[in-house]
Design a protein around this ligand. Structure first.
Ligand code: GLY
Length: 379
């Protein structure tokens, strides 16, 4: 077996482990949508902060079905997706892209059932209602003055709805949001701030801020991963080159600042001579998101050299995530798939735990590599 086949076999085994962990979760806690583990256990009384991750659990089921064709995964995926349908009208979160693009989109693509597409379009319209015309951004769940970098992963849902309906207002809102985010949250060096605060009277940008990073001017790893993947996804839906440029700037920063094992510290500015949680704490979920985003960006870039760098980095991160250090295969009683994720350090939620988006993007990235690239993909 050559190196490439060995890698694919390891990825396949990791996905089979992921299937077993998800099957055990839904058997143990039917119809429950967890966000993060506590001591490796999904069911606990911990605070949610915001309810945004249902699409990742259901989304993994769609990914499992896509790879295996197993009809049981499709039945579970439909059931768990249906439980999220009412969220198409949810105006309390900015995360409707996370919820619907991973569930109703694969479901619609499989069936062509227009009722499923109607749900996607409505969810896109609901998300667009967060638009602040003065500041020209979609506001975060925190309040109308707040713009989050995370929303870059949700705005593709509005572009999707715009493409399906030819509604130019939706397209204008989505594009304005992407440009405002680029102008105020994406820095010259390709790093990102978590949050921007705007004056509601004038729409003027006031300052960068953070909830989940170390500080307003730090480089929170997951935020950067959201931006990298989000702009790439927007490029995929719009073909607007300036969107891809942002993703490529994010990717350049990402690749240049990874530590030796290629899995980022939770914030690129963490003082790793200090102990966790504020110091030497990895975020495996950020690695999984970036791996999936870089994989796509490799087929979007005009530069063959950068395409190789993106693929090589994506594979290096995944190679690390499938080791026992990160994969919970040999951790008795651990109910998640990937260890060493982080949700919210300042609130001490899900720190050094499994987190549902880390699980999803890990599964998505491995599935892409296995399905998109039967040949050697490293060059
Ligand atoms: N709320 C999005 C995140 O924790 O990355």
């Amino acid at each position: 077996m050559n190196e490439h086949e060995t890698r694919l076999r390891r990825y396949q085994e990791a996905l089979e482990f992921a299937e077993r962990q998800v099957a055990a979760l839904i058997e143990r806690h039917p119809d429950f949508f967890p966000i993060y583990t506590v001591d490796g256990r999904w069911h606990h009384e911990g605070e949610l902060w915001t309810d945004w991750t249902g699409g990742f659990l259901a989304g993994m089921m769609w990914q499992f079905h896509r790879r295996t064709g197993d009809v049981r995964w499709r039945q579970h995926a439909e059931h768990y997706s249906k439980l999220l349908e009412h969220r198409q009208h949810d105006r309390d979160v900015h995360d409707l892209g996370f919820i619907f693009l991973n569930t109703y989109l694969p479901w619609y693509e499989l069936t062509g059932d227009s009722a499923l597409n109607d749900v996607l379009i409505q969810a896109g319209r609901t998300l667009a209602m967060r638009f602040q015309p003065k500041g020209r951004y979609l506001c975060s769940f925190v309040g109308p003055q707040s713009l989050f970098i995370d929303i870059m992963m949700n705005v593709p849902l509005i572009f999707y709805a715009a493409n399906e309906t030819l509604d130019q207002d939706l397209a204008r809102i989505a594009l304005a949001h992407c440009r405002t985010t680029r102008d105020y949250l994406v820095r010259e060096d390709g790093s990102t701030a978590h949050e921007g605060i705007f004056d509601l009277e004038t729409g003027k940008f006031l300052r960068q801020s953070t909830h989940q990073g170390i500080s307003a001017d730090s480089r929170w790893a997951r935020g950067l991963a959201w931006s990298l993947y989000g702009y790439s996804r927007v490029y995929g839906l719009t073909d607007i080159g300036e969107m891809r440029d942002v993703s490529e700037r994010n990717a350049a920063f990402w690749i240049a600042h990874l530590p030796e094992d290629r899995v980022p510290w939770w914030d690129f500015d963490a003082d790793t001579t200090q102990p966790p949680p504020w110091g030497a704490q990895k975020d495996s979920s950020a690695a999984a998101i970036a791996a999936s985003g870089l994989w796509d960006l490799a087929s979007q870039t005009d530069s063959p050299a950068r395409a190789i760098a993106y693929r090589t980095t994506a594979l290096a991160m995944l190679d690390q995530l499938v080791t026992e250090e990160y994969l919970a295969t040999d951790t008795p009683g651990w109910e998640g798939i990937l260890k060493h994720g982080v949700y919210h350090t300042a609130k001490q939620l899900g720190v050094d735990e499994s987190v549902m988006w880390g699980e999803y993007f890990f599964v998505e990235a491995l599935t892409k590599v296995i399905m998109d690239a039967p040949e050697d993909t490293s060059s």
